[in-house]
Design a protein around this ligand. Structure first.
Ligand code: OGA
Ligand code: MN
Length: 290
């Protein structure tokens, strides 16, 4: 199993699934199989009597909106989006203090903690095709995310809304978003690095969302972000800013520009690291979405 096992990105994965068998007391109005999304809610009763209604189907079409089969795409208010876009254009980074609802964060934290330790993999470093495992550079462990969990799915929906909004404001051509949980045990760190090297990766924007409750200054584990290698002093030893991994806080920065490091952590640290990517050609091969 490669270290960077990518999550499957089949586009229809977030659509609700419904298996309809010949024995089903329900069938779908004509055209359903062709126009899946548009016909999805159009159930009609095959038999007026004799079958109990499956509990997950609507009582009538008018109640369809109460179904929560596909999480709605959350909105991000326009001024918030403009603020993020302006900061990225001007500074190349932004720290958002509480962009996501606490219920979503709590659900993700529960999911994170429910995952067996064995499922977290040692993370690699370096270019995506030259993975090395160097514990002295990076000692966190990671778990790639997909839409299996509803809270992760809601998070991915929020990031999708952000992706579309940033594309609209900044014309970045962001193509998709990939992310993993990162688990730093006491004593681990991630030394100064860049997430992307110009011309060798598709990663454009890095995002980190923090999920450890009650982070205290004595817990260490700050994210130190150094000046831009393109517009600042590439040899700077002093960070431009330090981000406390406070529950619910999110940082977004340009992947190719900002070297950063995770200072040694003194207690378990939970986060979600992700990248908005472009679908550019690397070494003559087009990077596919799956
Ligand atoms: C990374 C990373 C920063 C953090 O995973 O590449 O730099 O604060 N994470 O967790
Ligand atoms: Mn990084």
């Amino acid at each position: 199993m490669p270290i960077f096992c990518k999550p499957s990105r089949r586009r229809d994965e977030n659509l609700p699934r419904l298996t309809i068998t010949d024995k089903s007391p329900w069938r779908l109005k004509g055209g359903m199989r062709k126009g899946f999304a548009s016909g999805y809610f159009q159930y009609i009763r095959r038999h007026e009597r004799g079958h109990s209604r499956p509990p997950d189907l609507p009582r009538s079409p008018s109640l369809n909106t109460s179904l929560n089969l596909a999480p709605p795409r959350p909105s991000i208010e326009e001024p918030v989006l403009e603020n993020i876009a302006d900061a990225l254009r001007r500074d190349g980074y932004i720290v958002l203090h509480a962009p996501l609802p606490p219920s979503l964060l709590g659900g993700m934290l529960r999911h994170f903690r429910s995952i067996d330790d064995d499922h977290f993999k040692r993370a690699g470093i370096g270019r995506e095709d030259e993975h090395q495992l160097d514990r002295s550079i990076r000692s966190d462990r990671i778990f790639w995310l997909d839409r299996d969990n509803p809270y992760v799915s809601a998070y991915l929906n929020w990031m999708e809304t952000l992706r579309l909004g940033l594309n609209r404001h900044l014309i970045l051509g962001l193509f998709d978003y990939e992310c993993h949980y990162a688990y730093y045990q006491r004593g681990t760190c991630y030394k100064k690095h860049l997430d992307a090297f110009h011309g060798s990766t598709n990663r454009v924007l890095s995002t980190v969302l923090y999920l450890t409750p009650n982070w205290q200054p004595r817990d260490g584990g700050e994210l130190a972000i150094y000046p831009s290698v393109l517009h600042g002093d590439p040899d700077a030893e002093e960070p431009l800013l330090r981000v406390t991994p406070r529950f619910g806080q999110m940082v977004i920065f340009l992947s190719e520009e900002f070297p950063h490091e995770v200072l040694p952590v003194q207690r378990a640290r939970y986060s979600v690291t992700g990248w908005f990517r472009v679908n550019s050609s690397l070494g003559g091969t087009v990077d596919p979405a799956s």
